[in-house]
Design a protein around this ligand. Structure first.
Ligand SMILES: Cc1ncc(COP(=O)(O)OP(=O)(O)O)c(N)n1
Ligand code: TZP
Ligand code: MG
Length: 213
């Protein structure tokens, strides 16, 4: 089996948690054992309280464990620790890798947003990040982005570093392969899965086909 390449990011709001959990299970099932197998799921809820994040994590963790998919929490290493999640994704304003590592220990994953900067990625790698994330590569409606990256940064990074890199930002089934070919180890995707006109399963299947499963 090819290494899994798909990094799923939840929508910023989950209105119906039980329904979303069922959708997640169907998405995991769609691509299990293929090149588009899901490597991890990032819980990225915005403008909600800690309790809501913890409740969502409590629901999603067993589903992820069952599917062999790591659950990462966005922004907050303290909540990742409380939830017993597999790791955290931090942006440049979400605290340091050192602090996240102190809270989570060596066996949890820490990913760091590096925008379009090799310099930030080198800093993150030296601080002990498990992966670095570059983007946004394409226009997206999921987040108002200030930084735009060119696929060339993925090639440069993969030639000079061993820390895996994630590509993010407006990625679709049509554009995913080009980013993997440029050097991305994973493509992080939200809208193209959850907002797919034919449903999330269809979105996942499209990535499965595109990533050569
Ligand atoms: C895999 C991945 N890459 C980048 C981001 C963006 O993180 P950040 O810059 O902290 O912005 P928010 O997601 O917190 O709005 C990410 N979440 N995941
Ligand atoms: C969180 C984030 N950071 C940069 S772009 C982005 C949004 C990713 O979502 P989508 O795949 O819908 O563009
Ligand atoms: Mg953040």
């Amino acid at each position: 089996m090819t290494d899994p390449a798909l990094y799923l990011i939840t929508p910023p709001k989950i209105a119906d948690l039980p329904a979303f959990a069922e959708e997640v299970v169907r998405v995991f099932g769609t691509s299990a054992g293929t090149a588009a197998d899901v490597a991890c799921l990032q819980l990225r809820l915005k403008d909600v309280g800690d309790d809501e994040v913890l409740r969502a994590a409590e629901t999603l963790l067993p589903l992820c464990a069952q599917a062999g998919v790591g659950l990462l929490i966005n922004d907050r290493a303290d909540l990742a620790k409380k939830a017993g999640a597999d790791g955290v994704h931090i942006g440049q304003s979400d605290g340091s890798v050192a602090e996240a590592r102190r809270l989570l220990g060596e066996d949890r994953d820490i990913g760091v947003t590096c925008h379009d900067s090799i310099h930030l990625a080198m800093e993150a790698g030296e601080a002990g990040a498990d992966y670095v994330a570059f983007g946004a590569f394409f226009p997206t409606t999921t987040k108002a982005v200030e930084h735009h990256a060119d696929p060339e940064i993925l090639s440069r990074w993969s030639e000079m570093a061993t820390v895996p890199c994630v590509a993010i930002g407006g990625i679709t089934a049509e554009t995913a392969r080009s980013l993997i070919e440029a050097g991305a180890d994973y493509v992080a995707v939200s809208g193209a899965i959850w907002n797919h006109p034919d449903g999330a399963e269809a979105g996942a299947r499209a990535f499965q086909a595109a990533l050569g499963a």
